[in-house]
Design a protein around this ligand. Structure first.
Ligand SMILES: C[S@@+](CC[C@H](N)C(=O)[O-])C[C@H]1O[C@@H](n2cnc3c(N)ncnc32)[C@H](O)[C@@H]1O
Length: 199
């Protein structure tokens, strides 16, 4: 691949996400990222938090781009992508101290989001945390008109996509031994939600 893929949104949201992750991941060693996309977040967060061992992953179609970003950035703590489609029930270590995923829950079908939570519940060690960033609904309501418009454009592209209700994700967490700890309001009507794997 000659040219690295680029998702301009990652450059807009990365500093605000980093501010939260620096706190949430300060005592953490290993992170699995689900749906690394272009790989831009991974190399930025890896370089900014050198104490982390950051494992990228995504469906194989995105691997060349993620690897290109890792190679060019020369970060030593970001690993090449694992082939991880959450609906394929992959075999993964169950020793991660954290899982991070950004802008995936509204792109995946709800069935895939359900699989993602099952995987998170399996791969996290006891006390590990799951940080999920993106737009969410609260009590079935959109938090902004721009999110509502975004949701309908997603559903027009694919009726399986759409902004998820945080309460339904809380239930998925409970089903998989994950307790919702806190949520951060982020710029552009996004949130970063943190779950903890119970002992
Ligand atoms: C909007 S992109 C977000 C990428 C990146 N996290 C970011 O914030 O720029 C959605 C990502 O979800 C991934 N994804 C969608 N369905 C998936 C699945 N079933 N398993 C794993 N990843 C999936 C896509 O491949 C893509 O990388």
């Amino acid at each position: 691949m000659n040219e690295k893929p680029s998702a301009p949104a990652t450059e807009r949201n990365r500093d605000a996400i980093l501010e939260v992750l620096r706190e949430e991941l300060s005592e953490i060693s290993s992170v699995l990222e689900i749906g690394s996309g272009t790989g831009q977040h991974a190399v930025f967060f890896g370089a900014s938090m050198p104490w982390l061992d950051w494992q990228t992953s995504d469906r194989s179609v995105n691997h060349a781009g993620i690897s290109a970003w890792i190679t060019e950035s020369a970060v030593s703590n970001v690993r090449p992508p694992l082939d991880l489609d959450v609906q394929q029930a992959p075999k993964l270590p169950n020793t991660y101290a954290a899982v991070f995923s950004a802008n995936t829950a509204h792109i995946m079908s709800f069935a895939a989001v359900t699989c993602m939570f099952a995987i998170v519940g399996r791969v996290l060690r006891s006390g590990g945390i799951f940080c999920l960033y993106g737009p969410f609904k609260l009590d079935g309501n959109f938090t902004s008109s721009s999110n509502e418009a975004f949701d309908s454009s997603l559903r027009q592209q694919d009726p399986q996509m759409g902004i998820r209700d945080l309460e339904s994700l809380q239930e998925l967490g409970q089903d998989n031994g994950l307790e919702m700890l806190r949520r951060y309001a982020m710029p552009a009507n996004n949130m970063l939600v943190v779950w903890k794997k119970l002992g």
